[in-house]
Design a protein around this ligand. Structure first.
Ligand code: SF4
Ligand code: SF4
Length: 441
């Protein structure tokens, strides 16, 4: 019997470990390259990057096309070789327009000159963070936080443990599961590069117990690697949330308003770790990723696509829609965002595209709170969701703040568990944004 670690609260969304993942969890990663890409300059936390190419330019694969802007800026590179045919504002995720570089693929696969540092065990540890920065890596688990900043440990802090998040607790998504099965060496190389860069003694790959094949593959590959081990987590949502995974793996609680580094930990998504390995060893920038394309498509798949591939092209690669799509979710059903239409691009943080059709559950009207306490029971950060909602309804943001709404993970567990179908996390998101804006003045 494998030991299982977990955290308080959480839920088991229907199909999080079985049904919704079933169509793709056995599907090997398949390469797909479209005829053109639409690369957004805003696909990370922080200010949009500044395009440095112009219409008519010929670009190589891996060439810098967007310069980082500001402290949280991230570099953007061309994901194909070809010709820039437009730089224009296009609607992207969140129904916002941003500058996009549109490139026609010439299929020459003509790469820019790359320079890496070779073996992660032998290279100078000081090259890791600059390599990650140059490669434009940001969190591939969805948050898209610039990775070089996460790896820059502030003075006075110490990281002793690097955790690779292989939980993939979100519904529908299987891209990290497949990566752990098919390319475990890249993930462990990335982990070791980071461990050496921040001088951490422990590197832990944390995987939910519903992915036994991935656990076996990672354990086999980790054999003999210094300080690296695999921990088995109980399959539960939101097990992959940073604070919950640290609690489960290290038994440490990140303080309110604090960061993982405050308790000596850094958490990286499995795909991000693989990209770090590519950047350090070969100098390859983050220009492609694995995306689970599933739901109402004829042949659900795990596709490795260039960043900037649009949903419509990926759906074609999956033999088209089963029926007219009703909703396109970028990410999983619990935390994903609704796309404006199928012209939206894959970004560095896009792990899944889920197509819903008319068979999806209908929207249900909310009814008054019956004080059953189920939302409290499932909240992984011990909040009182029903009370916070009551204060938000009264427009009393101070009271909501006093009830720690800013600690809300927006995981949606409370809304999922509520028998009255109360809209909770959606209200909390808006409240958090308003409070954060007020704090900035
Ligand atoms: S209050 Fe926030 S953290 Fe707690 S269950 Fe609801 S969405 Fe998740
Ligand atoms: S789960 Fe829903 S009905 Fe029950 S206390 Fe929370 S908000 Fe009220």
């Amino acid at each position: 019997m494998l030991p299982k670690r977990t955290f308080r609260g959480g839920i088991h969304p229907l199909g999080s470990s079985g049904g919704s993942k079933k169509p793709t969890k056995g599907k090997k990663i398949v390469e797909f390259t479209p005829e053109s890409v639409v690369i957004p300059m805003a696909m990370h936390m922080g200010a949009p990057s500044k395009p440095i190419v112009k219409k008519g330019d010929k670009v190589k694969k891996g060439q810098l096309i967007g310069e980082p802007v500001g402290f949280l800026g991230v570099a953007v590179h061309s994901s194909v070789s070809g010709e820039v045919i437009a730089i224009e504002k296009r609607m992207q995720l969140g129904a916002t327009q941003c500058d996009c570089v549109v490139i026609n693929n010439d299929f020459a696969d003509d790469w820019v000159e790359l320079s890496g540092h070779g073996n992660v065990e032998a290279c100078d540890p000081d090259v890791v963070v600059p390599s990650v920065k140059e490669a434009g890596i940001c969190g591939e688990g969805g948050a898209a936080f610039p990775t070089h900043i996460k790896l820059s440990v502030p003075s006075g802090k110490k990281c002793d443990t690097v955790i690779i998040n292989g939980a993939e607790c979100e519904t529908y998504m299987t891209c990290d599961h497949r990566l752990m099965l098919e390319e475990p060496g890249r993930i462990i190389d990335g982990l070791r590069a980071v461990m050496r860069a921040v001088d951490a003694q422990k590197g832990i790959i944390a995987i939910e117990d519903n992915k036994r094949d991935a656990i076996a593959a990672m354990r086999e590959t980790a054999r003999g690697r210094i300080g690296v081990s695999v921990e088995v987590l109980k399959a539960k949502y939101p097990q992959g949330s940073e604070k919950q995974i640290i609690q489960a793996v290290c038994g440490r609680e990140v303080p309110t308003g604090g960061l993982p580094i405050d308790v000596g930990a850094i958490v990286l998504n499995a795909s991000t770790a693989a990209s770090i390995a590519d950047a350090v060893i070969y100098g390859i920038p983050l220009i492609s990723r694995v995306v689970t394309v599933t739901g109402s498509v004829k042949s659900p798949a795990n596709l490795r696509v260039p960043i900037g591939t649009i949903v419509e092209d990926m759906v074609s690669a999956c033999d088209g829609y089963v029926t007219d799509p009703k909703k396109i979710i970028m990410g999983g059903a619990m935390t994903g965002l609704c796309a404006y239409d199928h012209s939206v691009s894959v970004t560095k943080g896009t792990g899944g595209v889920v197509i819903f059709d008319e068979h999806m559950p209908e929207h249900r009207e909310e009814s008054p709170c019956i004080r059953c306490g189920k939302c409290v029971d499932v909240c992984p950060v011990r909040l009182n969701p029903y009370l916070i909602r009551k204060y938000i309804d009264k427009n009393d943001l101070k009271a909501a703040e006093d009830e720690h709404v800013m600690d809300c993970l927006l995981c949606g567990s409370c809304s999922y568990a509520c028998p009255s179908y109360r809209f909770l996390n959606g209200f909390f998101k808006i409240a958090k944004e308003r409070i954060a804006k007020a704090r900035k003045g």
